[in-house]
Design a protein around this ligand. Sequence first.
Ligand SMILES: Nc1ncnc2c1ncn2[C@@H]1O[C@H](COP(=O)(O)OP(=O)(O)OP(=O)(O)O)[C@@H](O)[C@H]1O
Length: 229
Amino acid sequence: MLEIKNLNINYGGRPVLDNLNLRLQKGEIVGLLGPNGSGKTTLLRILAGLEKNYRGDVKINGENPSYLTKSFVSYQPDHLPLDSDYSLKKILKLYEKFFDDFSKEKFEKIIKDFNLTMDMKIKNMSKGMKDKVQISLSLSRKSDIYLLDEPMSGIDPASRKKIMDVIIDNFDSDGLMIISTHLISQVERLLDKVIFLSDGKIILEEKTDEMRNKYKMGVEEYFEEVFNV
Ligand SMILES: Nc1ncnc2c1ncn2[C@@H]1O[C@H](COP(=O)(O)OP(=O)(O)OP(=O)(O)O)[C@@H](O)[C@H]1O
């Protein structure tokens, strides 16, 4: 499904991703965890086909990330890239036109689950509401890979639980989901596997259950120990 070999990228002569190797299978929800600046967004942008200036080999279903793989990669960036005057109804129409795998019914259901309505406009929404729209757009596609970059940064603690429930209910087990976040305790119960990224290097890749058994602690606790938080 996803295979990365010797992936490197530099910004201003400084390595931001440093010789990454990774293989992930479908059906997994993977937490991409690391301190600020460790390279999480850069990695997701490469997988989404938005960053070309890398060295190494990245294969998604056997293809390099490009406009071709965008048809089976659902990327939710950390801000809503849509005109702020658009209503959800209009955004739905755009997505239906643009993505063959977009489900109107699923979008309407998730929007309702989040207590939003289709006539709401982006410009009148709070940051948390926009985050919910992004998650809804992402989950409403039937993709092979879902990339969620800090999906809950603007969301209040009560709504975070709701979001976790919506992700669990709507995650397609034929897909692979990679979630980058600092809110580890909030997503911990979702994760099948975790990756710790430090200064552009993978310093740990482990199944969540195995990590708990091996180190006798949860993901957040182990993260804090490794990164001296
Ligand atoms: N377009 C760019 N030009 C120059 N430097 C960049 C660019 N994009 C990212 N960087 C640098 O690359 C490093 C990794 O950034 P990235 O956004 O991938 O980290 P991150 O792990 O997602 O961080 P955060 O947790 O703060 O979101 C940072 O030092 C950042 O300043």
